[in-house]
Design a binder for this molecule. Structure first.
Ligand code: PGA
Ligand code: ZN
Length: 428
């Protein structure tokens, strides 16, 4: 039997997709197996997220991770030595206890999540299985429906447009590989529409076009036209998914849409989003109102939850208790699952399971600051999440995840089931 006790943990500083420092952890087990993971980082973070430990000061704009790396090589390594990597729950419980704070600010959310994921990889390596199979234990899994960004805005593009992500979903595709083919055609069609209109201003943080639009609605119009220009039927075959990330431009009662030069109360913001749902092929809306606007989330879900996925990201912060409360109040019908928002692999899984229990859509998600790490591709399949959100269809830190799911789909062969429409809560 392989010895899965942790023999050595090692942290180092590496760099993320925004050129900022982040934490990588390597875990080595007594039996010789090893695993490695890199912490991602958000920009439009919700309150109640696990907090990264940053060095402060002037170096790297205060974003250094020397202290977080020190946490891994010091306290964390000492505490985890000899622990069983195959018992992820005990490892994660120990990490949470060791930190001792609610927000993981003492040892650092970045140090803790990279450790938790590295140990998961080491355990999978010891079991001689790919990570997704180690997680599923051979149980039924679906290949996730991807949400892929075409335009980036909000905090990821200096607020050039107020809405953060304009994404496409291809639920009528018959496989993940086909969903990517369709997206590639739509991405190309968007590019040529943008060039013709002189509206392209480079790329945003997650690699989507950084659009030079005159209104938020122009993005929806352009995207719908691009879907058609690529030869697909909007709504029937390809839909739009929005991450409004409303906390970035307001909260309960007062929302400032700078591009549209309008300030709206909650009711008017919901009306505006509702008018877009009527007019455009929108299948999913994330954080339609601010993270503290519970009444707004309830109202939006009440009005549109029977025809549209309503995702809580900043609103639910990958917290199982918040997911349960939102389900009881009908204040969302889907949960975004970000391991570093929860803090550990075990806590992220708990949020996903709470979502499934409530009949929610579940979406494993990357952050705006990413790396070549592909852990989330495996989590989305191994946990049978049904959906995966990674960012755009450019740049290697994004493509690494999409390409990893292609490999998993190929490995599953004829037994691979693409989630498609079944991933969306109102189609269930
Ligand atoms: P973040 O954005 O990683 O900057 O938080 C992603 C999202 O809001 O879904
Ligand atoms: Zn979001």
């Amino acid at each position: 039997m392989t010895d899965t006790r942790i023999a050595r943990l090692y942290g180092r500083r590496v760099w993320d997709s925004r050129g900022r420092p982040t934490v990588e952890v390597e875990a080595h087990l007594e039996g010789g197996a090893a695993g490695r993971a890199i912490a991602p980082a958000g920009a439009s973070t919700g309150r109640g997220e696990a907090l990264d430990l940053r060095d402060g000061g002037s170096r790297f704009g205060g974003l250094g991770v020397d202290r977080a790396v020190g946490s891994v090589n010091g306290e964390i390594a000492s505490a985890l030595l000899g622990q069983d990597a195959a018992d992820q729950e005990s490892v994660d419980t120990l990490l949470v206890k060791l930190d001792g704070t609610e927000d993981r600010s003492r040892l650092g959310g970045n140090a803790i999540v990279a450790t938790s994921m590295a140990i998961l990889h080491a355990a999978a390596a010891a079991s001689k299985k790919p990570l997704w199979l180690h997680l599923s234990g051979g149980g039924p899994v679906r290949i996730p429906l991807p949400e892929i960004q075409i335009f980036g805005g909000g905090a990821h593009a200096d607020r050039r447009v107020d809405v953060q992500d304009f994404m496409v979903m291809c639920p009528a595709a018959t496989s993940f590989a086909e969903a990517l083919e369709w997206t590639a055609e739509i991405y190309r069609a968007t590019g040529s529409l943008m060039r013709k209109a002189g509206k392209s201003g480079g790329v945003a943080d997650e690699g989507g076009f950084w659009p030079d639009f005159d209104s938020n609605e122009e993005a929806l119009e352009t995207l719908t036209r691009a879907i058609e220009a690529a030869g697909f039927r909007p709504s029937d075959q390809v839909g739009i998914s929005l991450d409004v990330a409303a906390s970035q431009f307001g909260d309960a009662g007062r929302y400032r849409l700078a591009l549209d030069n309008r300030t709206l109360d909650t009711e008017r913001l919901i009306d505006l989003l509702g008018s877009w749902i009527e007019k455009y092929p929108i299948l999913s809306v994330e954080d339609p109102v601010g993270e503290n606007d519970h009444d707004g989330m309830r109202e939006f879900t009440h009005r549109y939850g029977n025809r549209c996925q309503v995702i809580g990201d900043d609103y639910l912060v990958t917290d199982a208790r918040r997911v349960e409360a939102a389900a009881a109040a009908h204040a969302a019908n889907a949960v975004l699952v970000k391991p570093n928002q929860a803090g550990t692999v075990t806590e992220a899984l708990a949020a996903l399971q709470a979502g499934k229990k409530a009949g929610f859509g579940t979406i494993v998600s990357a952050r705006s600051g990413e790396s070549e790490d592909v852990t989330i591709a495996h989590l989305s399949v191994g946990w049978d999440a049904g959906q995966l959100k990674v960012g755009s269809f450019t740049r290697s830190e994004r493509m690494a995840k999409w390409n990893e799911v292609l490999r998993i789909e190929e490995a599953l062969g004829t037994t691979a089931e693409f989630s498609g429409w079944s991933a969306l809560p109102y189609h269930a």
